[in-house]
Design a binder for this molecule. Sequence first.
Ligand SMILES: Cc1ncc(COP(=O)(O)O)c(C=O)c1O
Length: 413
Amino acid sequence: MTMSDFPVLKASASSLRTTNPIRQIVDGMKTVPNPDLADIRLSIGDPTIFGNFSVPDSVNAALVEAINSKKFNGYPPSTGYESARAAIAKAYGSDPRAPLTPADVIIASGCSGAIELAISAMADEGQNILLPRPGFSLYQTIAEARGVEVRHYDLVAEKNWEASIESIEALIDAKTAFILITNPSNPCGSNYSEAHLLELLAVAQKHRLPIFADEIYADMVFSGQTFTHIARLSTDVPVISAGGLAKRFMVPGWRLGWLTIHDRHGQLAQIRDGLNRLSQLVLGANSLLQGVLPTILLETEQSYFDNNNRMLEELANTTVEAIRKIPGLQPIAPQGAMYVMVKIDPVALPEFAGNDSRFCERLIAEQSVHCLPGACFGVPGYFRIVFTSPKEKLAEAFARMADFCRKYHVSQE
Ligand SMILES: Cc1ncc(COP(=O)(O)O)c(C=O)c1O
């Protein structure tokens, strides 16, 4: 660097408040893999990296057609093309209990962009929001950057990660802006029953709070499970739901997400105005993808989704069966999505008691298997597996994990 009398410039306070807990924890781990073993990454929530899950061919063809039509090269309206919003309204608003019009839809840059819009429009600096623990860390990152306080309510592992209603109620005060639910869940793989969704609505109703539902994994559930959009069960509680193409269509890089606003009685009128204003900052998602959205959402064969769900369920079962046999590990069987949380028994594996980051660090160093520690999601003592790798890769990873745990396992006999 050459000398200059120009001072070092200060970054804004809000940029320096922006911290992704996953990066903080993972960067703090000494993660040099074993050079003799190929890396197996069960840490990344991107189902496309192994090539076994991919976008339907019909969607690719429609996208090529959209490019060649040259019809989608201009700026769309800030909330998205009317045709794209109408497609979302049709695809997700067909149930008469929660109808949608194009005016109830805002298109954003990925579901992440939709989450950012919702948090920014619904909560002010000095207010607090209630987030699930374990939970997806982006909500906290966005909220804290905006000076919104984050309060975590507990999900109960023994009850398939249902929310503890008591812990929600204990956190609510006059400054609470909304309750957030993630269903199906990253990192838990849980899918809530209608009965539990009604309990969540009842607590929101009692305290006159809206619900923000992250439903990016909507409909990605296994046999015997039914996914229900919480808005369909609400008679009075206003609900804003976030969704997107990333997971259901296996195209996370396409960065197309949306919010749907379910507001029976007009309580969200101001928030709707706020969302519309905020949408003018980034002007939504890429115009080509918006152009092709009606084809994607309304013409994709049901067999594509059924096939993906069947493959995901098989991989989930392979994972749970293999992990159950490993001494000291207890998987909580998922009901959907692409994740499973695994409990590290502190008695059987005392080396790692209360230290899931050390467990994941040693697993990388000795076996080159990468998982994310529970601390990344607010629950020490667990780790998360993404089970979208091909079966053979998963089998190899679990064989190595078994060797690893046998080495550290202390027998209770
Ligand atoms: C629960 C949840 N919400 C939102 C997102 C972000 O979705 P997108 O890639 O569309 O921004 C993810 C991505 O992993 C997620 O797991």
